[in-house]
Design a protein. Structure first.
Lengths: 286, 404
């Protein structure tokens, strides 16, 4: 049973990373590596609220989500929006995003130091046992947060006006403007939501494990792999891919050893890229 | 055109961030020299008197401190070790200045805890700064790479911290260190397990030079008294989720877990082990003596046992500790003391007239015993410090306590 819980915990983290990254990619049409910063900022924000404001874990989590959402929107307006307005290509935006990530990762290291830190002590954290497996309250939040974000994003994409506006902007931003959609407003909301989700992931991971300046990229990369395997356009397939990758990871560690996990995960990615997409996830690439 | 210029600018920014260079903020020269008024006078006389110019140039060379390169992880996952080592070295330079001795100057560079950067930095220090010695690094993987360069270029590589047993055999003729080899650490750990009646252990280890060699050493030492490793897993640095590995170890009927990782990974491991209600004792490597382990592990770190370099004592160490505390407002730990002794020994070598890598190497191999703050220092033919050992520790109330 513990292995099932381990898989769920890992899958939840991957889903959150994948869906938040997907939101930015589908709308802005470039690989936004600086999105990894939202995970780091969420972790350090939770730590700061916990240690300096004596916040309880619930408020620390909420505050981290709100702060990271705001920071992500600000970074879009200050750094990326000017480049996009000038018609920068996806490659330029990717490089700019990478530079932003490196600059602020090192800034976090300068401010907080390189050492890892713990956000929430174990002795204060309830642990639940069920059928031989154990879950902490933070791990339960992580799973619940992942489920909630998946359902909300899926419903929003299919049924809400914002979801349709976002799809329109992703498809053709100039045409969307002609049809009266406020493109800037949609883009800002996308970055706000994506950064908030990333910040939530960072806060929960920080509370469950630890935070360090380079943590963002470590948690984002499996999400990107899940996104590529599951397909950019179908949220349910991204969720399925995340569960599959987490299962592969757990099985490989159990039977072969930790050093094999990355080999298998990236082999899965390569297989997907090598085979036709319809074989794995259907014909949604339209 | 505009897009191209933006692309070039962004590439330059990324290049300067990714690749170390000789930027003023990274290079930090600690000059152990006083301004000598005679030198200024000599510069003017050089123009007036050509006959004595050679002697004066010779005199100027003799007064010039020998450059000593220092390659440490000042940023990155093991930056805490690099910082402590740097503080110990700077204190040594300050003490030399106070004694009126100025034989060496230190040139600090950051290897970021990465082997390619350590290699690049070492080559810069040798080629650009003409350093006959490069002190560093902290991690055994980086030190091994630096040692191969040192042996090719006849430059001494002197590590104050690296402890992998592999360095004794593969470090080469130009490798030296003051930290005890992990061969001794594995032996102390195996004896401890034997005394506790523990014969079956599960081992989680870093799959790098340090972790791999300590894993092999403990396996050999355990086998000598009938013990065995019933489960093991090699991991990469930076990994944080060990729940599956812990579950595997629980199923192996191990009587203890031995975790050969840094403080961050160790802290996460013990935290998750407590969540998963692991009841067996957990032992760690010497690096668990870092504050990071207790910071990350929290309450779960209580009762964890480890083997680390022996607690230092004696009048010389007490004096060093009080100077260190006065300067840095914190208590020193063992790697700061090793780093201090490293600089003192090298200073002694240079003062004896050794100025090239070969001469310094020969001095170190034949030198008389030096009484350092970390104890008696002499080297064997492998460059290992003779003597010096490890103590057993247990974490109580967040602090290391020696176990007799």
């Amino acid at each position: 049973m513990q292995l099932v819980f381990n898989t769920l915990i890992a899958a939840s983290a991957i889903v959150l990373a994948a869906l938040s990254f997907r939101l930015v990619y589908v709308t802005a049409r470039f690989f936004h590596f600086a999105h990894a910063l939202t995970i780091s900022i969420g972790g350090y924000a939770a730590w700061s609220f916990f240690n300096y404001c004596a916040a309880n874990p619930y408020w620390a989590f909420l505050s981290a989500v709100i702060l990271t959402g705001a920071a992500g929107t600000l970074s879009f307006m200050v750094f990326l929006r000017p480049l996009m307005t000038k018609g920068a290509s996806p490659l330029v935006l990717l490089l700019a995003s990478l530079a932003i990530h490196l600059i602020f990762q090192h800034t976090i290291a300068l401010i907080f130091g390189e050492d890892a830190r713990s956000v929430w002590s174990l002795e204060q954290m309830p642990v639940y046992s069920f059928a031989g497996g154990h879950l902490t309250v933070v791990q339960c939040w992580l799973i619940a947060f992942a489920v909630g974000v998946s359902v909300l994003m899926g419903c929003s994409a299919s049924f809400s006006i914002f979801g349709k506006q976002q799809a329109a902007v992703a498809e053709h931003s100039e045409l969307s403007t002609i049809f009266g959609i406020d493109v800037l407003s949609v883009q800002m909301k996308v970055f706000l939501i994506a950064s908030a989700v990333g910040g939530g992931l960072g806060a929960l991971v920080g509370m469950d494990l630890s935070i360090s300046p380079g943590m963002g990229f470590d948690w984002l990369l499996p999400g990107v792999v899940a996104l590529l395997v599951g397909g950019i356009y179908r949220i349910r397939y991204v969720v399925l891919a995340s569960v599959m990758l987490a299962s592969v990871r757990t099985a490989v560690i159990w039977y072969l050893g930790s050093m094999w996990q990355d080999i298998f995960i990236y082999s899965v990615l390569f297989l997907y890229l090598f085979l036709r997409p319809e074989i794995l996830v259907g014909d949604e690439m339209q | 055109m505009k897009t191209k210029s933006i692309l070039v600018s962004v590439s330059l920014i990324i290049g300067s961030l990714l690749f170390p260079g000789s930027s003023p903020t990274e290079r930090n020269e600690v000059l152990a020299e006083n301004i000598n008024p005679k030198q200024n006078f000599d510069c003017k006389m050089f123009l007036a008197d050509a006959d004595s110019s050679k002697e004066k140039v010779q005199s100027k060379k003799e007064n010039t401190p020998v450059p000593i390169g220092v390659c440490l992880p000042l940023t990155g996952p093991v930056a805490s070790y690099g910082e402590r080592a740097r503080k110990g070295m700077e204190l040594a330079i300050a003490d030399l200045q106070n004694q009126g001795k100025t034989p060496i100057r230190l040139i600090f560079e950051d290897d970021q805890g990465k082997t390619p950067v350590a290699v690049s930095v070492t080559q810069h220090l040798i080629d650009r700064d003409k350093a006959p010695v490069v002190v560093g690094s902290a991690a055994s993987s980086q030190t091994m790479a630096m040692a191969s360069i040192g042996n090719r270029r006849e430059v001494v590589i002197f590590s104050p911290i690296a402890s992998s047993p592999e360095l004794s055999t593969k470090g080469g003729d130009y490798f030296f260190r003051v930290a005890p080899s992990d061969t001794a650490q594995a032996s102390v750990m195996a004896n401890w397990l034997k005394e506790l009646g523990i014969k079956k252990i599960a081992v989680l280890y870093f799959a790098n030079t340090w972790g791999q060699s300590l894993f092999e050493a403990i396996g050999k030492d355990l086998g000598s008294f009938g013990g065995m490793i019933v489960a093991s897993d090699g991991i990469q640095e930076g990994q944080t989720d060990f729940r599956t590995q812990i579950e595997k170890f629980k199923g192996s009927q191990a009587e203890a877990f031995y975790v050969i990782t840094h403080g961050k990974e160790g802290g996460n491991f013990v935290k998750q082990a407590e969540q998963l209600q692991v009841k067996v004792p957990i032992f760690g490597g010497d690096v668990w003596s870092s504050p990071e382990f207790v910071e990350v592990g929290g309450k779960a770190a209580e009762g964890c046992r480890l083997v680390a370099p022996a607690k230092l004592a004696g009048a010389k160490y007490e004096h060093f500790a009080s100077e260190y505390a006065a300067r840095y407002k914190e208590q020193p730990e063992v790697y700061a003391a090793y780093s201090y002794d490293t600089i003192m020994v090298l200073s002694q070598a240079v003062q004896s007239g050794a100025a090239t890598g070969k001469a310094i190497r020969n001095y170190l191999l034949d030198m008389p015993s030096y009484q350092g703050v970390s104890g008696d220092i002499r080297f064997d033919k492998h460059g290992d410090k003779i003597g010096g050992g490890f103590d057993r520790y247990i974490i109580k109330e967040g602090k290391l306590q020696v176990v007799k």
